[in-house]
Write a protein that binds this ligand. Structure first.
Ligand code: XIL
Length: 661
């Protein structure tokens, strides 16, 4: 490829990548409505220009709408503040924004009885002068925006609320007479023959005298080819529903060959709104969208967020009239409109958050039809949320968070036709800092007798640390060794067993230091105190077997036991060989009632069992006897093959001794 072509290709690629990243993260109403009708909103210039204070205003506007209208800044008093002064600055800003974001612009408004500057009303002009002022105004404004504004509200609110009478107290009516209307449309047609010319009014959606007057005005203008559209403002009060009367009334306007736009819709309600009133409101919004889908060039709301609406200032005690709430979150009204456009996805379910170090990991259930998900975060429950990121799968990790701050998350599903409502909210508080771990013994002291062993658990507490941890021990007295199970772990505990040889030095307590390392971290140490008990490998228990009697008619085998430390569990068993004619004849012990005695016989053996009842202790003593008796006839029983076993616990250690008589 020649250099210049390659350069061009690279340029194109760059442009494509730049476009990819400058496209809004997700597009909603406007995408769902694309090719069917325009969706628009009136723009409050203060919010629009307060980009730092209202960071969500512009993104929401351009994401959701493909049409805008100036709420005030194209009105006479703003745009034409003195006879020879036109001020297009703010209106131009809106038009530039619209063009940058692929949005159409409605022009509002040329001739209206409100928001006329005093230089006009107090100027003492003659009829002809007022007509000239009107023509100059219409011509200058329309030509300034020619090609940029698709439709103009040429005359606004010319009919009064009084039984369909003209608004005779209008400055224009008083100065010019009813002809002002026709003149305005003539001037407008001349100024920009490509713009659609609208008549705009409120309460003309309802059949009645006011609608009839509006109808006859536009009929006359239509016959002269001076008008293209009818605007229904639709400032409504909740609960509002479209009825067949509205449809019939629309039909007569449409039958004139006019296009129709809902130009200033809102549905106000008494504050505070409730979940129920918001659902009611949603029915009205859904109705108007459904109505408009088959009839309107555009559906425009008078603002979009309840944070900026003319309602509270004009109708005290009322508000919440728009599709987005104060936090720019879509309300049921929004969802209802999206529904009518077939763009609804259900909210994701199963959102779960796991806090990490300066991050929170989220998972949720997939939503059928979703192409991506918007993860939104707030630092107060319920919002305002900011877009934390988008995910194509069902998980997302939000990094760069502040440890110790609680964050609230919701997730919405997105498809080409729109965005779902938000999921239920979850919260998480990231914590941690540097990765590390600590260790601690449980128990922190052990007594191990000579010839026995004892175990203590090393509990590991990890913070953002997942490496394997291994330990070594030092400081053991002679004859004591330490083993670790497991030798290394990525889990949370290691068992340390200290085994004392029979020859280990008795005494203590001695400090045993265990040192554990993991990854590249310096070692953590913990100390355990060890006492080595005496007993030479039997826990201080001496067992002496004795044959007290061995005769042709009676045997008594004794297990004599002496202990230097308290015994906490003890079982002594004697097994006598059952030679011909020999059988059980009795058993006893010198401890008493805390010993449970039992016996059993087979053809070859008699077993005598003596068991210290659980929970009782056998204190140190120089001698105890456990006796097993048998009787028989004939030759003397050969006691030499009879056996004994003593199993006991001393100082937490288990011992077993066995032997024969
Ligand atoms: C309202 C604006 O929303 C307010 O900010 C302003 O103070 C007064 O005008 N019908 C119309 C709109 O045609 O121009 C009006 O806008 C609302 C009623």
């Amino acid at each position: 490829m020649p250099g210049s072509t390659r350069q061009f290709a690279r340029c194109l690629l760059g442009l494509f990548v730049a476009l990819l990243f400058t496209l809004p993260a997700f597009s909603q109403l406007r995408n769902a409505a694309a090719g069917r009708l325009s969706v628009g909103a009136a723009v409050n210039i203060d919010a629009f220009n307060n980009t730092s204070g209202e960071p969500q205003y512009r993104p929401t506007l351009s994401r959701e709408y493909n049409m805008l209208v100036a709420e005030n800044v194209m009105k006479f008093d703003t745009i034409h503040p003195a006879q020879n002064t036109y001020n297009f600055t703010q209106a131009d800003q809106l038009v530039a924004f619209a063009q940058a974001n692929g949005m159409k612009v409605r022009g509002h408004v040329l001739i209206w009885h409100n928001q006329i500057p005093s230089w006009v009303t107090n100027g003492n002009f003659t009829r002809d002068q007022v007509i000239a002022i009107m023509q100059d105004h219409i011509t200058t404004v329309m030509q300034h925006f020619a090609g940029k504004v698709v439709a103009w509200d040429v005359v606004n609110e010319a009919v009064s609320d009084n039984n369909g009478a003209m608004r005779t107290d209008s400055f224009w009516f008083q100065k010019i007479g009813q002809d002002y209307i026709q003149m305005a449309y003539q001037f407008a047609r001349q100024a920009d023959p490509n713009a659609k010319l609208y008549y705009n009014d409120y309460e003309i959606e309802q059949p009645g005298p006011k609608a009839d007057t509006a109808f006859s005005i536009v009929s006359g203008l239509r016959q002269q080819g001076l008008i293209d559209g009818i605007g229904w403002q639709m400032h409504k009060v909740n609960p509002f529903r479209i009825t067949s009367a509205n449809e019939t009334n629309a039909a007569r306007f449409l039958n004139l060959g006019l296009e129709m736009t809902v130009t200033e819709m809102d549905i106000r309600q008494t504050l505070p709104s409730t979940p129920t009133s918001l659902q009611q409101q949603a029915l009205g919004y859904g109705d108007v969208m459904r109505f408009c889908l088959t009839r309107c060039a555009a559906l425009v709301t008078w603002g979009f967020t309840d944070k900026f609406s003319w309602v509270p200032g004009t109708f005290p005690g009322q508000g919440d009239a728009l599709p987005f709430d104060m936090n720019y979150q879509p309300k049921p009204a929004y969802t209802a409109m999206l529904n009518e456009l077939g763009g609804t996805l259900p909210a994701p379910t199963g959102l779960a958050a796991t806090a990490g170090n300066a991050q929170v990991s989220l998972t949720w259930n997939a939503v059928t039809g979703a192409t991506s998900y918007n993860v939104k975060r707030a630092t107060t429950s319920g919002g305002p949320y900011v877009l934390a990121g988008t995910a194509t799968g069902t998980s997302f990790t939000n990094t760069g968070l502040t440890n110790g701050t609680t964050y609230f998350f919701v997730v919405s599903a997105v498809s080409s036709s729109g965005e779902s409502p938000n999921s239920a909210e979850v919260s998480a508080t990231p914590s941690g800092g540097t990765a590390g771990f600590t260790i601690a013994f449980s128990p922190t002291s052990l007594t191990v007798n000579q010839g026995a062993s004892g175990t203590s658990t090393i509990n590991i507490t990890r913070t953002n640390f997942t490496s394997g941890i291994a330990c070594t021990a030092s400081g053991m007295p002679s004859g004591v060794s330490a083993t670790f199970n497991p030798t290394s772990t990525t889990g949370n505990s290691i068992a340390m067993t200290l085994a004392a040889a029979a020859t280990a030095t008795a005494g203590g307590p001695t400090n045993i230091t265990v040192s554990c390392t993991g990854g590249t971290l310096p070692a953590r140490t913990a100390t355990l105190t060890l006492t080595v008990g005496g007993g030479g490998g039997n826990g201080g228990v001496t067992v002496t077997p004795a044959v007290a009697s061995s005769s042709p008619f009676f045997n008594e085998l004794q297990v004599r036991l002496a202990n230097t430390q308290t015994i906490s569990a003890l079982t002594v068993t004697v097994v006598i060989q059952r030679t011909t004619g020999v059988s059980f004849s009795g058993q006893y012990n010198t401890i008493g009632g805390q010993i449970t005695q039992s016996n059993s016989s087979t053809t070859s053996a008699i077993t005598y069992t003596f068991r210290l009842s659980s929970g009782t202790l056998a204190p140190a003593t120089s001698g105890r006897t456990f006796a097993a008796q048998a009787s028989g006839s004939g030759t003397a029983h050969p006691t030499s093959g009879d056996t004994w076993t003593a199993t006991y616990t001393v100082g937490g250690q288990n011992f077993t001794q066995t032997g024969t008589f």
